[in-house]
Ligand binder design. Structure first.
Ligand code: F6P
Length: 462
């Protein structure tokens, strides 16, 4: 084990509630090993800036007080700025800057976009990825999953598309690579609470509620939403069967006078068209920006159910008044992480430091699960996540986790969720809620942004 003197750490991509916990775990482990940690500001954007804005996170091997695993977001700031394989000059400059700062290894906290940005740097400089994403899509359902992807040319200009041909009917939970990513548990916690709150108003006003949750093309958040007991869950992995859905809605609405439907933002119709893809805009990581799967579903249901159905059954003015939509939105990505995320995100941060000191490069720290051992830390080489064309695909919910006839998690899906959530919420999480929100000090004190405090510690490369 070669002990390094100083390492760097950055957070890239969309934030999650558990980023500070990962940074904290890394810094605490570095303290034990006598390694200094510099936090690079605003992800890869900070490395592309010639002055490399950074913050020493453990002067004299003591963690700065602003860094706490309890706080959501990231004290380092995040951005969706990524580096491309072809930007050789930029990559060389980045390496030079890191060396000028006497940084000997880099921890990138992120998801699939981040690992793609990290890979080109790792050709010149030791890098380890500590995973994060509320979408729970960085990982594999089984080790040989990347080889199930097929690339097909769709036109003569070389445009291609990927298709996964899954050969497995069921999967082994203990064979999953990265069972769960930091941020997912808290996102599900927020979503489940939102569903419970939507439920009582839908019940009172005899309405059909459609609640849209994040996750892009991956339905893990929607699957976990089952903790809030919605009536129907729609995941992007299963094309929408609108006839079956209508039948189920009618049965439930007749029975209980309200229906709560959860829809993953990436749900597609039977032709593969994403319901929420109303514009063809992309974010800087190349991901399609989704807006409005819930709204589109409402528009599909209105003519099917019809005004008279709502007028006769529940005395609503029309179908439009009887159906409402809500996005849980960014609340599922923000705020204090629950205990599960705090603990395992910190562990993954610590493990990432160990991997760097063991000489690993282009490696991803993982959280594994097995019935015998519970959750354990491990790692996988970044290339093992890549398909034959070097692409990393977002992990999707395996078909065996979802019952598409009953629109809910299958038996195996429930088995998958249980270990994550059995002890996910700590009593301190609830105690804080009791003491914090209604604290009269909140009425008189202005919010103190962490960005102001961190700015005071900011250093630049001379
Ligand atoms: O990947 C995380 C995620 O929260 C997705 O679930 C969502 O589609 C997207 O990011 C939203 O991104 P932004 O908040 O940057 O627009």
């Amino acid at each position: 084990m070669s002990i390094m003197q100083r390492i760097g750490i950055l957070t890239a991509g969309g934030d999650t509630p558990a980023l500070n916990a990962t940074i904290y775990g890394a810094v605490e482990r570095a303290n034990q090993l006598g390694i200094e940690v510099y936090g690079i500001l605003k992800g890869f954007g900070g490395l592309l800036d010639s002055r490399v804005p950074h913050v020493p996170l453990n002067p004299l091997y003591m963690t700065i007080p602003e860094l706490t695993p309890m706080m959501g977001g990231t004290i380092l700031g995040a951005s969706r700025t990524y580096i491309d394989q072809d930007e050789t000059e930029a990559i060389k400059k980045i390496t030079q800057r890191l060396k000028q700062l006497n940084i000997e290894g880099l921890i990138c906290i992120g998801g699939d976009g981040t690992i793609n940005g990290m890979q080109p740097i790792s050709d010149y400089f030791p890098c380890v990825l500590a995973p994060k994403t509320i979408d729970n899509d960085l990982g594999l359902n089984y080790i040989d999953e990347p080889y199930e992807w097929m690339r097909e040319e769709i036109d003569s200009q070389g445009e291609s598309q990927y298709r996964q041909v899954s050969r497995r009917e069921e999967i082994d939970l203990d064979g999953m690579i990265n069972y769960v990513t930091p941020g997912y548990a808290t996102a599900v916690f927020v979503v489940a609470q939102s569903i419970q709150r939507i439920r009582t108003t839908a019940e009172s006003h005899r309405r059909i509620a459609i609640v849209e949750v994040m996750g892009r093309n991956s339905g893990y958040i929607a699957l976990g939403a089952a903790y809030g007991q919605p009536d129907i869950i729609l995941i992007p992995e299963v094309p929408l069967d609108i006839d079956l859905l209508e039948e189920r809605i009618r049965a439930l609405y007749d029975l209980q006078k309200n229906v709560v439907i959860v829809i993953g933002e990436g749900v597609a119709d039977e032709n593969g068209k994403r319901l929420g893809e109303t514009s063809s805009s992309f974010d800087p990581a190349g991901n399609v920006i989704f807006s409005g799967a819930a709204e589109t579903l409402k528009d599909m249901l209105i003519p099917r159910l019809g005004d008279s159905y709502f007028q006769q059954k529940r005395r609503h003015a029309n179908a439009n008044a009887g159906i409402f939509t809500r996005k849980v939105g960014h609340t599922q990505r923000g705020g204090r992480p629950i205990r599960f995320d705090r603990y395992y995100a910190s562990q993954l941060g610590g493990k990432s430091v160990d991997l760097l000191t063991q000489g690993q490069n282009n490696t991803v720290t993982t959280l594994q699960w097995s019935n015998e051992k519970g959750f354990t830390l491990d790692s996988i080489h970044g290339n093992k996540l890549r398909d034959n064309w070097k692409m990393i695909h977002a992990r999707t919910v395996h078909k065996s986790f979802y019952d598409s006839q009953r629109f809910r998690p299958s038996k195996l899906g429930i088995e998958y969720l249980t270990p994550i959530f059995s002890h996910a919420v700590g009593s301190d999480d609830l105690e804080l809620m009791r003491n914090d929100i209604c604290n009269s000090g909140n009425l008189t004190t202005r919010y103190q942004s962490i960005n102001v405090d961190i700015h005071k510690r900011l250093k630049m490369l001379e």
